[in-house]
Design a protein around this ligand. Structure first.
Ligand SMILES: CCCCCCCCCCCCCCCCC(=O)SCCNC(=O)CCNC(=O)[C@H](O)C(C)(C)COP(=O)(O)OP(=O)(O)OC[C@H]1O[C@@H](n2cnc3c(N)ncnc32)[C@H](O)[C@@H]1OP(=O)(O)O
Ligand SMILES: CCCCCCCC/C=C\CCCCCCCC(=O)OC[C@@H](O)COP(=O)(O)O
Length: 277
């Protein structure tokens, strides 16, 4: 019989205790999520290279298959409504709310074909995770330089119709774990008007029923996803952008409150926190 190192033995004995403790359980789950991202990214990079030889949006279908496994580790259920609206073979701008790094699991459940995503440039430097995003055709923008971010998005606008692409943008421009939507940035709306393509809003219910970083809560749970009707931009000009933005924001906010269970009862509504985990 092999003798276990006493430290390993101690760790094994402590593991159930650590996992039962809410705080350590929370950090364990977050760390495990990052490990999953890194490990799966390495494997997915190899598969993407072998399958498509380099950077292409078609790699997203490979990435999707990997990320869709994550939810089973976390006991997350996703309930979709209106997903078929995303799968029409036409260019469009998809906008959705952005709560946490966990969003990626919900995103990959519903991401249509030929859909590029806009992400902050810093994510490119996260090792294998950055590489897999690059291979998946993600467009990285420098949020600190509005002019370069705008021109990167303008380039997307120029090829959107020509290449029959969709683009997924988080118009809040950052993660937002508070129990309301942030005001929207304007890039997504300029893009849709410039390309004269519809905007499709997608709303994810609040994660607060199973995930509250400020209280170190991370349990299993359900995420409701609702795809709203496309909003046409044909004939619109830049002058129509403020109204278009307002319409999308209020429709999404209304939906967010409707599908997010009992925010008020949990005493979480109205909080101005900005957890970013
Ligand atoms: C196998 C395992 C795998 C594991 C990992 C796998 C990963 C797989 C991939 C997953 C990808 C997930 C990606 C998630 C990434 C999420 C993010 O990174 S979110 C953050 C980045 N995204 C954004 O920021 C997008 C939204 N932001 C914008 O659209 C912004 O508008 C902006 C273009 C960045 C500019 O922002 P800002 O300057 O801060 O603010 P505004 O108020 O919007 O604009 C200021 C000013 O400029 C005018 N303007 C904006 N855009 C335009 C334009 N295109 N043309 C002309 N003018 C424009 C605007 O009108 C404002 O002027 P005003 O006078 O004040 O009105
Ligand atoms: C060589 C360097 C190695 C670094 C290794 C880092 C490993 C990182 C591992 C896992 C990270 C998982 C990232 C999943 C991608 C989720 C995308 C996301 O949600 O990004 C947040 C961004 O939208 C908004 O950021 P801010 O709220 O503005 O901030």
């Amino acid at each position: 019989m092999t003798c276990l190192d006493p430290w390993v033995l101690l760790l094994l004995l402590l593991l159930p205790v650590l996992l039962l403790n809410r705080t350590t359980n929370f950090y364990f789950k977050i760390c495990f999520y990052c490990v999953l991202c890194v490990v799966f990214s390495v494997v997915a990079c190899v598969v993407c290279f072998l399958r498509h030889g380099g950077r292409t949006v078609r790699n997203m279908s490979i990435i999707k298959r990997f990320v869709r496994i994550f939810k089973y580790f976390y006991g997350l259920q996703l309930e979709m409504k209106g997903a078929e609206k995303l799968h029409e073979d036409k260019p469009c701008v998809i906008i959705s709310n952005h709560q946490s790094i966990l969003d990626m699991m919900g995103l990959m459940e519903i991401l249509p074909r030929n859909c590029i995503q806009i992400a902050k440039r810093e994510l490119l430097y996260t090792g294998p995770v950055g590489l897999i995003m690059y291979l998946g055709g993600v467009i990285f923008i420098n949020r600190k330089r509005t002019s370069t971010a705008m021109s990167a998005m303008e380039e997307v606008g120029n090829i959107l119709v020509q290449k029959n692409l969709k683009v997924w943008i988080y118009p809040e421009g950052t993660r937002n774990g508070s129990y309301d939507l942030l005001p929207f940035k304007k890039g997504a709306f300029y893009l849709a008007v410039q390309a004269q393509v519809p905007i499709i809003p997608v709303v994810y219910s609040s994660f607060s029923s199973f995930y509250q970083p400020e209280k170190k809560i991370f349990t299993s749970g359900k995420i409701k996803v609702e795809v709203l009707d496309p909003i046409k931009t044909e004939g619109m000009t830049v002058d129509d952008i403020p109204k278009l933005l307002e319409t999308c924001h209020s429709l999404m906010r209304e939906t967010f409150f409707r599908i997010s269970d009992k925010l008020n009862e949990k005493g979480t509504n109205g909080s101005t926190s900005q957890p970013v985990q």
